[in-house]
Structures are given as C-alpha cells and as structure tokens.
Write a protein that binds this ligand. Sequence first.
Ligand code: SAM
Length: 272
Amino acid sequence: MTELPPLRDVIARHGLSASKALGQNFLFDAQLLGRIARIPGELAGAEVLEIGPGPGGLTRALLGAGAKVTAIERDRRCIPALDELGAAYPGQLSLIEGDALAIDPQPLFTGKPHITANLPYNVGTALLVGWLSAEWMPWWQSLTLMFQREVADRIVAAPGAGAYGRLAVLAQWRSSPRIAMPVHRSAFTPPPKVMSAVVHIVPNEAPAGVKLARLETLTAAAFGQRRKMLRQSLRAIPGALEALEAEGIDPTRRAETVSVAEFVAVARRLSG
Ligand code: SAM
C-alpha cells in the first residue's frame, strides 16, 4: 500500500484552512472514506469523476481502490496537495482546476464514469439536476453524492411524504436513488449545522414516449401549488385535465399523492 502522510498534516503543511465561502467541510476518517468510495462497487480500473476533492481524503480512498480518477476542484490552494497525491499513484489521477458548474466533463472519458462528490449542497443539487437531465441513457454509470440529510430525503421521497416533490420525480422516473449511508455532522471538520447522507443513484431505461420537458412542466405546476387540487394547479397546461381523466386520476387529488408512474403516464399523453 502507498504510504501517505496523515490528511491533517497535509492540510497544515499546505495551509488549507476550511473556507466557508466554498462550503468546505472536510472528511478525515479513512474508514468512513473507504466505505463511501466503495458504494458504487468494484473500482479497480474504473473511471471515476470526483467533484470537489479538496485536500483529497475521498480521492485517496478512490485511488487506493484502484480507480482512475479525474477530479475537478475550484480552490487552487488544494492543487499542490492533490498533485502530491497524484504522484503517489502514477497515472491514476488527472486534476482540473475550475468550477464544476462551468465545465462539461463528458468528453474527458472514454467509457461511462462513476461520479462521486462531497459538495456544498447548492452546488451538489445544481449538478445533480444537470446529471439527471442528461441525454438518456446518461454518460455516467452511477452517482454517489453527499447531501445534507434534508436534500437526500427529498431525492428518495415516496408519495405522501412531506419531502415528496419535483426533485423526487426527477430522480426516480428513470433512475433508482437510495440513501446509501447516513453521515453524522461530527464526521466533518468543521462540523456543519445539520446531518448529512450519501445518496447512490443508478440509471434505468427511460419509460418510452415521455419528454423530460413535459414531465418538468407538469411537476412544476403540480408542486408549485401543492396544497391545491390537480384540477386547479394543472388548469393552465393544455391537455393536462384530459390526460388526468384518460389515466383515471381523480382531479381532486393533490400533487403529493400522485405517484411517479402516474406523473409519467400523464406526461406521456402530453408528449406527442
Ligand atoms: N472531498 C473533500 C472531503 O470530502 O473532505 C472536500 C469536501 S468539501 C465539502 C467541498 C469541496 O468542493 C471543497 O474542496 C470546495 O473547494 C469544492 N468546491 C466547491 N464548489 C465547487 C465547484 N463549483 N466546483 C468544484 N469544486 C467545488
């Protein structure tokens, strides 16, 4: 096994005090990092895209598992520490300094990478929505993403739950998300105010004949007025009330009771 200095020493030597503006909450526990790295499965020889490696705790675990990692990090202070890590795993790490929201990483891969990230939640959610809106089947093989627990709950929520909404439908209509691991706030340095969880998402075949844009228009309208009956909230969408009727969905129901399959069926009728 490659001998590396403790992460805390790397951080001290490179002066990587956690920046609040960049949403930096670092993980140091090698066991925990190893468990997160292994969530997608066997990584020997696999391509992995890591967003926000920071001082490289998760990157170490991914490299140690044999992955070929491409990492995008916005904080240039972290680059020298990551370069050292790359030198310890020759040919396994490519680094890109930049804002992941402004970079299209797809052309960097020959196959379909696993994507792994521990990001500030606003950046993580924006990237997630982009990855879930990709052309299907997507260019990535799986997503393993740390979120604050409340966002993780919204991704995996079932109908009837308060957390069920647009994000749940987007995440579930053609992929399967699950909470792979709750992570206590005390695992981070500095600890954030709230608990976290790692979400794992794998893509499925998309249901035939459904346009994502139609599904999004539908869920935006339905959940935009989630306390209202569907006949009210969907009134402005041409053909929506007829589609509800054709699917046998009672128009007095509210959005939070409508299953993902029901939204898909209505969106299919509007997608012609
Ligand atoms: N992966 C490390 C760990 O688990 O200890 C660091 C996690 S820290 C929560 C988030 C990291 O994402 C920081 O290193 C931060 O600089 C980086 N980051 C924040 N916004 C980013 C962006 N838009 N693009 C790329 N990296 C970003």
